[in-house]
Design a protein around this ligand. Structure first.
Ligand code: E4P
Length: 227
């Protein structure tokens, strides 16, 4: 089994640059809400994201169309203009599944998104989706265990030997991400802020402060480079 892939969820260029520098990101995911939040020109924003992460990392861009024909048209345009390792995010619906099948025939990577149940995920996988994106936190908010849904989807794909990965999304805390990693989830997409929360720990801060104090007590401002 390959390790869980970490992607950054968002369209903020500073955040993407920051996360891409300190961590081997597998890619970036966006959705219309995250893009609109940036209040930027669409194509320059998408080009800049691609430029920061390069052509090999995954970029999941969501269609804003609702009919199969228009979804395909938008996907072709995204492939022409942005290219690279591109996944078209399609919210699940009848048109979305129809579009998924057609996009796969045309050689696109497809992520079926806005998944809230294992049954939806199963249909998306059978339609040929490369990834399904279940929304962990939005499920937790309606008192349905979001990470359990992620786990059930993983089990279901394993049971039927389906070649579809689970890109768990909509995280608001470290615990949700950790539970997904524990259940063998293929990928998680998280905000820059959540990356910071995962890395930091008060005990780590205390340990680092202790190293600094003990060193300075004996060597003052000298560092190893001075010896
Ligand atoms: C992934 O790309 C999803 O669209 C995103 O994680 C949804 O997150 P939200 O529930 O915080 O809006």
């Amino acid at each position: 089994m390959t390790t869980v892939k970490y992607l950054m969820d968002g369209g903020n260029l500073e955040d993407i640059k920051y996360c891409n520098e300190f961590f081997p990101l597998a890619g970036v995911t966006t959705n219309p809400t995250l893009v609109a939040k940036e209040k930027a020109e669409y194509w320059p924003l998408m080009h800049s994201i691609r430029e920061i992460i390069g052509p090999d990392k995954m970029l999941h861009i969501q269609t804003v169309q609702t009919t199969t024909e228009k979804i395909i048209e938008e996907a072709e345009l995204l492939r022409d203009k942005i290219g690279g390792n591109l996944y078209i995010k399609v919210p699940i619906s009848e048109e979305g599944l129809k579009a998924t099948m057609q996009l796969k025939k045309r050689g696109f990577g497809v992520t079926v998104t806005a998944i809230f149940t294992p049954a939806q995920a199963l249909l998306a996988a059978m339609a040929g989706a490369d990834f399904v994106a279940p929304y962990a936190n939005r499920l937790d908010n309606i008192v349905v265990d979001g990470t359990k849904v992620v786990e059930d989807i993983m089990q279901q794909f394993k049971l039927y030997n389906l070649n579809c990965q689970v890109l768990a999304a909509s995280f608001k805390n470290v615990e949700q991400v950790h539970k997904c990693a524990l259940c063998g989830c293929s990928a998680v997409t998280i905000s820059a802020n959540l990356f910071k929360h995962i890395i930091s720990h008060p005990m780590t801060d205390a340990a680092i402060a202790g190293f600094e104090t003990d060193w300075k007590d004996l060597y003052g401002d000298k560092t190893i480079l001075d010896f």
